[in-house]
Design a protein around this ligand. Structure first.
Ligand code: ATP
Length: 412
């Protein structure tokens, strides 16, 4: 399979199975926008939830915010985005990629930007978080949300969008502690990659050289991924120094410093920023997970998704749909498994092989089939079901309790 072919196959599967649809498709689309469908939205939520767990909730030094997308334009003047958030046009002029819109009506109308990164709403809430919760340094603020960039050439499916989602942390440290924190978050990013099924070997670090870094950064590592269209930035890790807090302090005439209670030292903390695009993460996951193999003389497509992020965890199915006793038992089994996780699908359509293929294609790790042996046709098999594994197609005969245990373990 060549790479362009792979990209086409991913885009087609994403549409066909309800992961990602072109935005405004009925009207011919809108460049740089995509909509997540029923399965895509669950995949996205699973990724975001895992990120929140690892980057915020499992730690004692992290806080969350959910800031407004529309912000006072002074934020983007102070942060340097009005001056420097620009890309070159073909004729050499620079084009600021922040979207503008207006708020208010009549005399009251004024121009605002749609935020180009979620970070703006983190820095501007630094003081609020400090005043409300009195966190001790080092601490960080995490946020997931939409960001908007009027990219000159949106392309490559959900890689370069005009409306995107970001998962960002600003981690505030003593100036001398930045390198240690940088290394900690670097490791965390690999742990997250592993948890969502992007192998470490598929990530390549690029130390962004002087002159190429964003205006606020003293050190940036791009985490690049081998997409079908080339090696491109997946995530970024930046040392933003005290650039943002200092700039906002000055522009707003507000003190944005931190007082160390023990040493009585007052200073502006420095920030380490792991910034992860949700959409690029989804594309990297789909690229990593897409597989084709030969099974029963047919080419089979499956997504080897990590059970933790797979939109459907298991599918339960009666061997035959016209046997009420099989259907009733299968419904009972499904209800039991739903107590472990709600994302347990039901499929009684077509032959069993087709049902398995449908689940393979959306990355469902397990299929469970209820047959006459489950009901006791072979007495020693009574109460057992067939558990089929997505990646190998192998099947095991297990008790329901064993199946439940497999499901629980897979999702840990
Ligand atoms: P690029 O160089 O590819 O334009 P960038 O360096 O401008 O990206 P950052 O400003 O570092 O990107 O943004 C942080 C993260 O947000 C990126 O690592 C990426 O995951 C995501 N991201 C940025 N721009 C886009 C976009 N246009 N579409 C989708 N995701 C994006």
């Amino acid at each position: 399979m060549n790479d362009l072919n792979l990209m086409e196959k991913i885009v087609s599967l994403a549409k066909r199975r309800g992961f990602v649809f072109p935005g405004s498709e009925l009207y011919g689309g809108l460049s740089g926008t995509f909509d997540y469908g029923p399965l895509g939205v669950i995949l996205k939520e699973n990724i975001e939830r895992l990120w929140l767990q690892m980057f915020r909730d499992d730690r004692d030094d992290m806080y969350g915010v959910d800031a407004a997308i529309l912000m006072n334009p002074k934020v983007w003047e102070a942060s340097g985005h009005v001056k420097t958030f620009a890309d070159p046009l073909a004729d050499g002029k620079m084009f600021n990629t922040m979207f503008k819109t207006s708020v208010g009506a009549g005399e009251e109308v004024s121009m605002v930007y749609l935020r180009p990164e979620t970070a703006g709403g983190i820095f501007t809430n630094f003081k609020n978080v400090v005043d409300a919760l009195h966190p001790k340094l080092p601490f960080g603020i995490a946020q997931i949300g939409k960001a908007f960039r009027n990219e000159i050439a949106p392309r490559d499916f959900i890689f370069r969008l005009r409306e995107l989602s970001q998962m960002e942390v600003e981690y505030f440290v003593q100036p001398a502690a930045w390198e240690q924190a940088f290394e900690e978050w670097r490791k965390m990013m690999y742990l997250f990659a592993e948890a969502i099924g992007i192998p470490k070997s598929a990530i390549h670090e690029l130390e962004v050289p002087d002159g190429d870094r964003a205006h606020y950064s003293k050190r940036t590592i791009d985490f690049e991924f081998d997409y079908p269209f080339g090696r491109k930035e997946l995530w970024g890790l930046a040392y933003r120094t005290d650039f943002d807090l200092s700039a906002h302090a000055e522009a707003s005439s507000t003190e944005l410093s931190y007082l160390d209670e023990e040493t009585k030292e007052k200073f502006i903390p420095h920030a380490i920023e792991p910034s992860l695009g949700v959409d690029r993460t989804i594309l990297a996951i789909l690229t990593s997970a897409y597989r084709e193999d030969q099974m029963r003389d047919e080419t089979r497509t499956y997504l080897a998704l990590a059970p933790k992020i797979a939109p459907v965890k298991a599918m339960v199915s009666p061997l035959l749909k016209n046997k009420p006793e099989l259907v009733a038992k299968a419904r009972e089994v499904r209800a039991e498994l739903k107590k472990i996780h709600p994302a347990i699908a039901w499929d009684d359509n077509g032959n069993i092989g087709k049902r398995y293929r449908r689940q393979d294609e959306i990355g469902t790790p397990f299929c469970i089939t209820i047959d006459f042996d489950t009901l006791g046709e072979t007495p020693e098999l009574k109460g057992t079901v067939t558990l089929r594994h997505r990646d190998t197609g192998e099947q095991e005969r297990l008790t329901l309790a064993e199946v439940a245990e497999r499901l629980r373990t897979a999702m840990q």
